[in-house]
Design a protein around this ligand. Structure first.
Ligand SMILES: NC(=O)c1ccc[n+]([C@@H]2O[C@H](COP(=O)([O-])OP(=O)(O)OC[C@H]3O[C@@H](n4cnc5c(N)ncnc54)[C@H](OP(=O)(O)O)[C@@H]3O)[C@@H](O)[C@H]2O)c1
Length: 388
């Protein structure tokens, strides 16, 4: 957009602050109130007049610095991209790892957030216009690649490297939009994407869970753990859990778990063996010392699926148990477009409602991260699009 010559001359000659205040009203009239005038100084000391579309966002400016609520530029769209007005977003442990600088490929500043639900506000391509005004959930598993078995080299997760959902608006591609199920609130819908998808793929695509299977979910208080529990119960599996909290085990039972043990107890594995006599499937996101007990806890032909290492790495294992029982150790990461579509159909069919631990306003995002650091949540920590 070309500025009128008159304003340019006045701007260079006179104090830019005076000009800005006068020009702002005019520009608001011309271009709409969501485009705001700003001025900046270049390296020669000259003032440059800019206008841009602002939005509020939660920004991480450096590792170990508290998240700040800032005004940033609203994303601009390229063909195939859409802008979603976020109603609610949710946290994953990934967001916490990034805030403490322990994640590959970190850049600053960054807008965190892989999970989000909202309303499509803008599209770039004419062909996508029918999405405008639609209530959607965003699949954060981007560029999964050609193989359904593993992610390709271009795989990326919404919320780093691309700016994420802890903002008024987020940019994504149209193929990552999925309709929000009607039975869910915004907060419940936003809770699903990353953790729900990971648990869905772990359980069904990788472990081939079916009705009647005996399933162990370790660390059920995790966002991913609570989804694994809900998905497995809905599929008719018999589910056992571990947790570091007796209270969380009781909550898991209310969601359909048959029983649970505290992984901090010395004899947790022996307790589980007495209760369940062996598992067809173990879903684990913690690894750590306790992992060594899993081969012993599996039934012959059992599958152990892993996707995280919250408690450290895999300790030395009894390899003989693995080959003699013909166990499978399966790694997984998030999921494909088909996994996401199947998960959303599963959620709608069974009218499943994610476990939301607590809802914070966006302005309290740091408090939400602090809660995740302590792992005191059961299920998902959610942020609402409410600001100061
Ligand atoms: N590869 C992927 O695609 C993928 C996707 C999602 C997550 N992840 C990873 O998976 C892990 C879980 O993610 P999240 O977002 O669900 O995490 P989260 O909500 O922060 O949950 C962390 C949970 O880990 C459990 N835990 C801690 N120490 C444990 C132990 N020794 N044994 C068993 N459980 C233990 C605790 O469960 P209790 O509270 O019940 O004790 C805790 O609540 C993270 O490491 C994350 O990076 C990977």
């Amino acid at each position: 957009m070309i500025l009128p010559l008159f304003y340019l001359i006045l701007f260079i000659v006179l104090n830019p602050l005076v000009i800005l205040s006068a020009a702002k009203d005019l520009f608001d009239n011309w271009y709409g109130e969501d485009q705001i005038l700003r001025y900046t100084q270049n390296d020669k000391g000259n003032y440059l007049l800019l206008y841009y579309h602002p939005m509020k966002a939660i920004v991480l400016e450096a590792a170990d610095k508290p998240l700040v609520c800032k005004e940033v530029e609203k994303p601009t769209l390229a063909p195939g991209e859409v802008l979603v007005h976020i109603k609610a977003a949710a946290l994953n442990r990934r967001d916490y790892w990034i805030t403490v600088g322990k994640y590959a490929g970190i850049k600053y500043p960054t807008i965190l957030g892989s999970d989000g639900a909202g309303v499509v506000a803008e599209v770039c391509s004419e062909a996508d216009k029918h999405w405008i005004g639609k209530e959607v959930i965003i699949n954060p598993s981007n560029n999964y690649g050609k193989s359904d078995d593993y992610q390709g080299a271009d795989f990326k997760i919404l919320g780093l490297p691309d700016d994420g959902t802890f903002a008024e608006y987020v940019k994504t591609r149209v193929e990552y939009l999925h309709s929000k199920p009607n039975h869910l609130t915004w907060e419940q819908a936003a809770a699903i994407p990353l953790a729900g998808l990971t648990a869905y793929r772990a359980l069904f695509t990788k472990a081939k869970a079916k009705k009647g299977d005996k399933v162990l979910i370790s660390g059920v208080g995790a966002g991913t753990g609570a989804f694994a529990l809900q998905w497995a119960v809905a599929a008719g599996c018999q589910v056992f859990v571990t947790s570091g909290s007796g209270e969380k085990i009781e909550r898991a039972k209310k969601l359909g778990a048959a029983a649970g043990v505290n992984y901090k107890a010395q004899d947790w594995a022996e307790q589980l063996k007495l209760m369940a006599h062996g598992f067809d499937i173990i879903i684990d996101s913690a690894l750590g010392a306790g992992f060594a007990k899993f081969p012993d806890l599996c039934n012959p032909g059992g599958r152990i699926v892993i996707f995280g290492g919250t408690a450290g790495n895999i300790p030395p294992l009894d390899g003989r148990k693995i080959f003699w029982k013909q166990l499978q150790l399966l790694g997984t990461t998030m999921g494909t477009h088909d996994d996401f579509t199947a998960m959303m159909a599963f959620v709608s069919k069974h009218e499943l409602v994610p476990v939301v631990d607590e809802v914070y306003d966006f302005k309290n995002a740091q408090k939400a991260i602090d809660k995740m650091e302590k792992s005191s949540q059961f299920g998902k920590i959610v942020l609402q699009n409410l600001w100061c």
